[in-house]
Design a binder for this molecule. Structure first.
Ligand code: URP
Ligand code: ZN
Ligand code: ZN
Ligand code: ZN
Length: 471
């Protein structure tokens, strides 16, 4: 699709520290016509007409790329509550300037049709978006549909090993889809939980402690995740196909992927913010249903071990797995998690909670933060260096962070289309204060200063992992 014309105000971001995935240095940034034009020595002379954006004392980062974001997602009887405009507005407030949504077929719908429906929404977004396709069942037409999708820049294909009777794919479908996407310059991305182990655990809970939200952890054990990851790695290995595991929540699962990489597989781990920050004590609180997600929140010990893999390099990306349900939706079946809408709102909080906890708190470098939350999501999705970088030629999607700003997360200060945040009351340090989308300032000091929907559907380039990027 041709790019829409954009406004043309040359701007210079002055006095800040530019943070890229492999370096950080004091530098000025010249932007024009929606793109980065130059990285300049601090104080360099520029066109007198250029608008100056003062970034003194700030970190100038490529805007976040959220690789895992469900927008207006229908699953069973529930639809999450946001439009593209609402989701991307919240994203931009949180420093994310590209979201990657899922086109998950409804019962009876084909992957291609599901993608066409979601793709049409991109232009209502405040920022750009891309799509993952999804295959539930391999049919006579799936190969052709995947080819059409890849030709249109949709090259990542989601599958689920759980949610039987809904979106679960069997091993034949998974293997065939891996073959096809491999040959199309794409990649399978997969939600791994053994459906048999989950079903058994749910049945056991139903006749013992209960399947209400307070017992969420019990219904989806860690072993369900690791068993499924091992099985899927074996299929990927048999096909020499790249594979990306979404929302890995246990260190054991991450380590299976790291071991596979040592054997030469192209395999990636995504973790999501809530598995890196929150733990299963949330299910002991007053509103456990607000924390019901798959995989569930794990023990504090597991969270701590998972977080260490941000430092070892075994985690490639951090997503949000944003699902914008509200408390009322979560409460309808809170007595039985088997019927609940799964997922937590998080597109806006992903970057600030990770920055505060891991960069400010535990010493993860700002460059590694950019790598995990922006550059690697762009790389694994065929969007780099257009996204995830501030190199000349990259889109001028920029988050200017105040690393010292202290603030408290409250639902009222957020912009997601729901009535709660799982981080209510969390005290954070560091926040994006100015966010630039396509060269225009969209958010400044907590205000939406430009509400023009500029969203474009981004076409992924063929994935090429031969020059494997550092992780
Ligand atoms: O709980 C979750 N993650 N819900 C969204 C669908 C999925 O499995 O990613
Ligand atoms: Zn999932
Ligand atoms: Zn998800
Ligand atoms: Zn019910």
């Amino acid at each position: 699709m041709a790019d829409l014309p954009r406004e043309h105000t040359m701007k210079v971001v002055r006095g800040g520290t530019i943070v890229e995935s492999h370096w950080a240095a004091p530098a000025d940034l010249l932007i024009d016509d929606g793109r980065v034009v130059a990285v300049l020595n601090p104080g360099s002379e520029v066109d007198a007409a250029a608008e100056v954006i003062d970034a003194t004392g700030k970190l100038v980062m490529p805007g976040g790329v959220d690789p895992h974001c469900h927008v207006g997602f229908t699953s069973g009887e529930f639809t999450s509550l946001d439009s593209y405009l609402e989701c991307t507005t919240a994203a931009v407030f949180g420093g994310t300037t590209t979201i990657i949504d899922f086109a998950i077929p409804r019962p009876g719908q084909q992957p291609l049709n599901a993608a066409e429906v979601q793709r049409a929404k991109a232009s209502s977004g405040l920022c750009d978006s891309a799509l993952h396709a999804c295959v539930v069942e391999w049919t006579d037409t799936t190969a052709d549909q995947l080819k059409t999708l890849a030709d249109g820049g949709i090259r990542t294909v989601k599958m689920f090993t759980t949610y039987a009777g809904e979106t679960m794919a069997n091993e034949h479908t998974i293997l065939n889809t891996m073959q096809a996407t491999r040959d199309l310059g794409g990649m399978v991305i997969i939600h791994c939980e053994s459906d048999a182990i989950v079903t058994d655990a749910q049945n056991l809970a139903a006749v013992s402690d209960g399947v209400d939200a307070a017992h969420m952890s019990q219904t989806r054990p860690e072993l369900a995740e690791t068993a499924s990851v091992a099985a899927i790695l074996a299929i990927a290995e048999s096909q020499n196909a790249p594979v990306y595991f979404v929302h890995q929540s246990t260190p054991a699962a991450v380590e299976l992927v790291a071991d596979a990489r040592k054997r030469g597989l192209v395999a990636f781990t995504e973790s999501v913010a809530h598995h890196l920050i929150l733990d299963d004590s949330a299910y002991e609180g007053e509103q456990p249903e607000r924390f019901v997600c798959c995989p569930p929140l794990r023990s504090a010990e597991v969270v701590e071990k998972l977080g260490r893999h941000l430092f070892t390099g075994h985690i490639t990306t951090i997503g949000s797995d944003h699902c914008c349900y509200d408390t009322a939706q979560k409460q309808v079946h809170s007595h039985d998690v088997r019927h609940m809408p799964n997922g937590l709102p998080g597109v806006e909080t992903r970057l600030p909670v990770i920055y505060s906890h891991y960069v400010d708190g535990l010493g993860l470098t700002a460059s590694r933060f950019v790598e995990l939350t922006s550059s690697n999501p762009a790389r694994t999705n065929g969007l780099y260096p257009r996204k995830g970088s501030l190199m000349p030629g990259s889109d001028a999607d920029i988050a200017i962070w105040d690393p010292e700003l202290e603030w408290t997360v409250t639902t009222e200060t957020l912009h997601m289309a729901t009535d709660y945040t799982p981080y209510e009351g969390h005290r954070l340090r560091g926040k994006p204060v100015t966010v630039i989308v396509g060269g225009e300032i969209v958010v400044h000091d907590g205000e939406l200063v430009d509400a023009t929907p500029r969203g474009r559907h981004l076409e992924a380039a063929p994935l090429d992992f031969s020059g494997a990027f550092s992780m």
